[in-house]
Design a protein around this ligand. Sequence first.
Ligand SMILES: C[S@@+](CC[C@H](N)C(=O)[O-])C[C@H]1O[C@@H](n2cnc3c(N)ncnc32)[C@H](O)[C@@H]1O
Length: 248
Amino acid sequence: MEKVDYDARLHAVYGAGRQMSPDALKTWMEAFARHLPETRPLVWLDLGSGTGRMTPSLASAFGGPAHGVEPSDKMRAQAAAHAGHPAASGSAEHIPLPDASCDAALLFFVWHHVVDREGAVKELRRVVKPGGKLFVQANFSDRMPDTWWFRVLPEWLKVDKAHFRSEEEVKSDFAGAGWALVSRDEVTWLRSANLAEDLEKLKLRSVSVFEHMSEEVVEAGFARIESALPSLGDGPQYETSAMLVFQR
Ligand SMILES: C[S@@+](CC[C@H](N)C(=O)[O-])C[C@H]1O[C@@H](n2cnc3c(N)ncnc32)[C@H](O)[C@@H]1O
């Protein structure tokens, strides 16, 4: 599948379309903390940090520096302007940090974008301290989130699924290359306060599935969503994500 270019369009809509509430961020920080020692500070690498959605929370929850590393110039510019947390230019294949400098590293919705996975696994092993943790969060092709728009539009689910590796593939990317799988967690987090907020965010097209569908397919999908809305359950919209935890 063609590589998604965050400098083209997504950078401008990502912050608003993928915004997480303080409640959601707290859920994620608690999920990471379950797998980490209680000592503080802990130094984080937020790899593929994008617009800095998680980076400031990692720094404040764990009391240490959180190094955002991001290849897209325009995503980094958004992080500097809106997250108040600048990121360094770099990528999973070239992490601009010294050896054994991080207690924990995060790949949050990033691993499916990485092309040189073998090189990235080695780079992560280089910068994470012995005994340190790596959190890999993404959808898996065999475990997609049960969101209402995928129920309404199974054809969108099919397109999105094709982006992701299966859970076993992701496990095998790391296991055997100096990383031991120590846990598989499931995290249920508040995506939106209600259906209207979910739809407003979806209409910003800030998920990469929209980069792989024609305008015609997208418009027909939104029309079907509008007709299905009255029959959908409203109220807070939660999503359950799988998270793999590896130890170096
Ligand atoms: C879906 S966004 C996730 C951003 C952030 N982690 C978050 O959850 O908000 C994917 C990010 O991965 C970045 N990315 C793409 N290829 C990458 C690579 N090889 N190494 C590191 N990051 C990469 C993109 O530029 C983009 O900012």
